[in-house]
Design a binder for this molecule. Sequence first.
Ligand SMILES: *Cc1c(COP(=O)(O)O)cnc(C)c1O
Length: 416
Amino acid sequence: MRAPDWLKLGEDHVWRPYCQHKTASDPIPVVETQGARLRLPDGRELVDGIASWWTAAHGYNHPHIAARVREQLEVLPHVAFGGLAHEAGYTLAKRLAGLLPEELDHVFLVESGSVAVEVGLKIALQAAFHRGEGHRRKVIAFEGAYHGDTFATMALCDPVDGMHRAFTGLGVEAVHLPVPKEGDDFEGRFAEHASTAACAIIEPLVQCAGGMRFHSPEALQRLRRACDTHGIPLVFDEIATGFFRTGAIFALERAGVVPDIVVLGKALTGGTLPLAATVAKRELFEAFWDDDPLKALQHGPTYMANPLACAAAHGSLDLFEKEDMAERVARLEARLEEGLAPLRDRPGVRDVRVLGAVGAVEMEPGTAPASDAFAKRGAFIRPLRLRSADVAYLMPPLTIPDEDLELLFSALAATL
Ligand SMILES: *Cc1c(COP(=O)(O)O)cnc(C)c1O
C-alpha cells in the first residue's frame, strides 16, 4: 500500500504513543470508519478487534451519537464548568448517578481516564486529611494493575510487569498486593498497610492493560470487607470494565460489591469524544462540606464536562438503554468462547480465557505476532506486551456483526 501524503508530511513530527520509533513499523493509516470497520486509503477494510482502545462500544459513526453531538455543537460547544453550568453536564451527572448504586451520587466530569483516577485518589486523600488522618497517604493497589499514564496513576500500575518502570518511586506512595485468591492470607497483608492507607483501588473482575487477568467476585467481596474492617474507601476503576464489557452494565454489579468511588471512561462516549467521570459516595462528598473554602475539592480541568463530550455520552447511554445489552454481551461471550477455543493448543499459547466481551489469548513473552501480520488477514489486533506474557486479545465493539467476528477469529487462527 502506498502511504498517503499526509502520513509522510507528519511522520517526522508526530510522537506516537508507547512507540519505539526506531524499530516500529509505520502506523496503519485510516481514512474512514464505519460499524466495526476501519477503511484504509487503498479501499481495504480492517475489522477492529479492539474498538479503539475499547471505546467504540456501539461501533463507529453511530448516527444517533453523531446527531446528539451535532445538535450540541450548534447550540453550546463549550463553556467552563467553573461558576457556569450547562444542561448536558447537569443531566449527565444525574443520569450516571441513576445508573449506579444509590449511594454513589456525586459525579466529577473530566477529559481522560487517568485524570479521573487521580481525582478519585485526591478525593480519598483529601477526605482523610479533613478527618485529621493526614498520615493516610498510601494507596493500596494490586499486582497486574493498570490505572493510567499520569504520575499518580503510574505509581499504581504493576511495578514489575508494567510499562512505567522508569518512574518507580514517583507519584503517590503505593503498595501492590496480590489480588485475593482462595486460601491466601490477603487479610493479613492488607492489615499491614491499612493504618497508613487512604484508599484501595482495583479494576474489578478484569485487569485489562496489565494482561487481561481475571479474578472472581469473591476476591472483590473480600477486598470490600477488608476495606470496611479498616475504614478505608474502596475505588473501582471501571474505565475499561464499565458499560457492559463484562456483561453487566458495571462489573460492580456482576461482583455484588458497592465501592466508595467508581471511575468511568472509555465507552462512556462510545468512542467519539474524550470524557471520564469520577463518581463518589455522598459520605465522601460530605467530608468536603464546610465553611472553609480550602476544604473544597481542589481540582478543575479547563475542559471538564465539555458539553460536546457530555452530549456524546448521552447518545451512548441512549443506545445502551435501547436494547438488552446484557443479553447481547452474553451471546458475544458464547461466540468468543467458541471462536477462541481452537487456539488453545497453538504454539506459544498458555491460556485462552473469556469474560463478557473480553477474549484473551495469553502467550509466551515475545511470541505474539505484530499488528501487521493480523492486518494482512483483514483484522486490527494489537497484542499487549508485558514482561511475563504477550496477550493477543479481542475487545470488539459490542455490536460487532457475526461476519466481522468470524473474520477476527480466522485472522487469529491464520496468524498464531
Ligand atoms: C484506559 C484506562 C485508564 C486510563 O484512561 P485514559 O483515558 O487513557 O487516561 C485507566 N484505567 C483503566 C482501567 C484503563 O483501562
